[in-house]
Design a protein. Structure first.
Length: 166
């Protein structure tokens, strides 16, 4: 099922997701691949909030080095507007998702660089493609999230503390 409304997208997220990420940059030392897991958890306090946490191993191709990356976000469904927005872990708005003609995207500016996101949903996976352009950064990040439905955090060797992958 491909979600077509903000509520359907919001309901699609909860669960454990395997992540495969590719970063293709104008500056070759920024080219990387990353693998790991993401966890979307429905908030116990706010039924219109999903908390996202990820942990990935990032391998920089040119330097042949690997680092651990962690990220946290929140997705908030606004019932009054029937809209969905992505927020930083501290609650600050990152962007609203626009759902037009089957396309789901969002946009934000960080410093002088613009981030355009495009969400593509399939039955058991979704992709987020970020195109980043500006004087400080110029790259494309493609993240493929594959559902791990039927698996538990223990099955996958994932440890969480306070809803965050550690």
């Amino acid at each position: 099922m491909q979600p077509k409304t903000a509520k359907q997208v919001f309901d699609f997220f909860p669960g454990i997701w395997k992540i495969a990420r590719h970063v293709t940059a104008k500056i070759s030392k920024q080219n990387a691949i990353a693998y790991g897991y993401g966890l979307f958890t429905a908030s116990e306090i706010n039924p219109n909030l999903v908390v996202y946490s990820e942990k990935v191993a990032i391998h920089y191709l040119q330097s042949n080095t690997t680092h651990i990356g962690k990220q946290q976000y929140q997705y908030l469904y606004d019932t009054a507007e029937a809209s969905l927005s992505k927020h930083l872990h501290n609650g600050n708005l990152l962007y609203k998702l626009n759902l037009l003609n089957g396309q789901i995207d969002g946009e934000h500016v960080c410093m002088q660089d613009s981030y355009l996101s495009n969400y593509i949903f399939e039955t058991h996976r979704f992709r987020i493609i970020y195109t980043v352009d500006g004087p400080l950064k110029c790259y494309r990040i493609t993240s493929i999230y594959t559902s791990m439905a039927g698996k538990t955090l223990t099955d996958l060797g994932i440890t969480i503390a306070n809803g965050v992958i550690v």
